[in-house]
Design a binder for this molecule. Sequence first.
Ligand code: HEM
Ligand code: HEM
Length: 314
Amino acid sequence: MNGSGWGLKFMKATYHSGVHKFALFVVAWTVLLLCAGALVTSEDAALAVPDWPLSFGSLNPPMVGGIAFEHSHRVIAVILGLFIVILSIVLWRKDERPWVKWLGFAAVGGVIVQGILGGLTVLKLLHYWLPVMHACMAQLMFATLVSIAVVTSRWWLADRPQYEDKATPSIHTVAVLNAGAIFLQIALGAAFRHKYSPVTPHVVWALGVLLVASWTARQLRRRFSESKELSRIRIMLHNIVGAQLLLGLGALWTRIRGVDDPQPLPPMVIATVVHTVVGALVFAAAILVVLFCYRLVPRRREVLLATERGEVAA
Ligand code: HEM
Ligand code: HEM
């Protein structure tokens, strides 16, 4: 089926190359911040700075030992906050779609909450599941920023072929379930990483993730094999989940081997940081699948509405 789509008016806006490029830059900065944050945890540096919002009462503490990790994480985070405020102002002024403006505000709200969670993590000495909430919120922030970059892209804003979905559950439901299964896996990983849970739930649910992701990929292949875009995204989902399973095994192996080490050693730090950051990429990939489905496959309600209005060409 071809055409620019039914009921997709709310997806249409003018393409601004500058806005999209800035959104991509903010995504890249967030990857840097995810690495810096994960390093704080893996280096055991969370409590190297005892106060917040200042570090040892200063904006510029001595950058030695764990302080270097913790303080540089804070600085990169504050700069991200500024970038996100600028991005939301730009979206507010330039983008015609109210929901995209709201996505910008959600990112501002998210980064404020995330900063406060980070501060409380320190002030409350890692209690009350605060580091787990901070870790999960980081992943949600990343997915929000990736979404902004996607919906401001030339690809999203151009006319795209539309595909009909006759099967049940709808591909939108399948994609959302897949993203939910991956987010649960991230939360279980964070609970283990921050010593709130044993590793078993995370390892067992990895099989669940594998099943759900394979089912999602199979549904995409069966229903939309003629779509190059949906095929590409399906293969990407498969590959990244597979890679993350291997990285998980590596992270677990270095944790077990390093259990008696007097301090965090590079193999464990690298393996756990990479697994954490790729975890964010896996979740973002699942959100990309959701976005692609919404962009390329009209929902049944939209089709019905368009048919009633006589907008559908046979
Ligand atoms: C605003 C954006 C921020 C983002 C996206 C972010 C992201 C992250 C990430 C991804 C981690 C690693 C979690 C893990 O490896 O499990 C982390 C750890 C941490 N972050 Fe942030 N962070 C932000 C702001 C802050 C701020 C403002 C503080 C202020 C103190 C902070 C304090 C910490 C601490 C203490 C840890 C280590 C927690 C632990 O080891 O238990 N973060 N952050
Ligand atoms: C696709 C499946 C998987 C995803 C999406 C995933 C994701 C994650 C994430 C995001 C974290 C860090 C959470 C945080 O604090 O921010 C984590 C931690 C961890 N994961 Fe996974 N994981 C997967 C599979 C596995 C598997 C199969 C294993 C091992 C057999 C594993 C072992 C671990 C370990 C050991 C940690 C903690 C690292 C540490 O000790 O610091 N993961 N996982």
